[in-house]
Design a protein around this ligand. Sequence first.
Ligand code: ADP
Ligand code: MG
Length: 281
Amino acid sequence: MPVRSGSPSCQVARCKRGRGLLAIMSDRPRSAAASLTASRVTKSYAGQAALRDVSVDVQPGDCLALVGESGSGKTTLLRCFNRMVEPEAGRIQIDGNDVSTVDAVKLRRGIGYVPQDGGLIPHWTVQRNVELGLRLNEAKDMADGARAALDLVGLDPARFADRWPRDLSGGQRQRVAIARALAPRPSLLLLDEPFGALDAITRGDLQEVFGRLRREIAATCVLVTHDLQEAVRLADVIAVLRAGRVEQIDSVERVVAAPASEYVARLLDRAGVRSLQPTGR
Ligand code: ADP
Ligand code: MG
């Protein structure tokens, strides 16, 4: 299935507007993309292992997709990176620094996070929601930064800034959630099934937006998805999780060309991925 694209004129308009506002955003101090390592991470809930001896390694600027069935440990691993989950054993490092030695609040200020449900605060306007991370970072130009981030995700600030989350479609809400995570220009972006609850057309549109943004913001990304097609389309590296273990971690090309186990081969077949070319890359 090819990545959907908008009409050419619409793309040009979006691009022009986006570039102007990107200039505003690029005045903001921005961090270089972070490197990310999980080494032999283990986490249990009430004696049941959610992660077992998990190791992954992400190079600066790469997008790692965490793929697996429901309950395989994707969200748990993602939340280890911003210390919303504390592993019992193993180590998480960002740029070589063990995150357990960094104050959790400070750590999270430098990480963009899109939780599974978007996590917008319902009684705050879109503008205030997007300003949240900028406020935590004590940014001086919060209003401009929030509007620039809205524009980057394809929402016209003049139309959307004063709306309430309940007055948005599911796709628009997810765009706001992504704008909020991007606004402080993080060096690391964590996204938990950001397109999972959307209809196929909206999902395709948002995947396209994300593919473009990834290049523009140059952050390291971890993208949780149960959709292997999405992982192939958007990621550089795929980790397949199964019952809390890493079944395979490899470049997208290698996972597709040389699945490490019957299980991975079956997932690929079921998703019809072998016939796909990696795109948006
Ligand atoms: P995924 O995101 O792949 O669907 P999760 O990481 O959410 O999987 O969950 C992995 C396993 O850990 C599941 O069996 C889930 O029920 C369990 N789990 C996750 N969070 C909690 C929690 N806060 N308390 C108890 N069990 C949990
Ligand atoms: Mg999950």
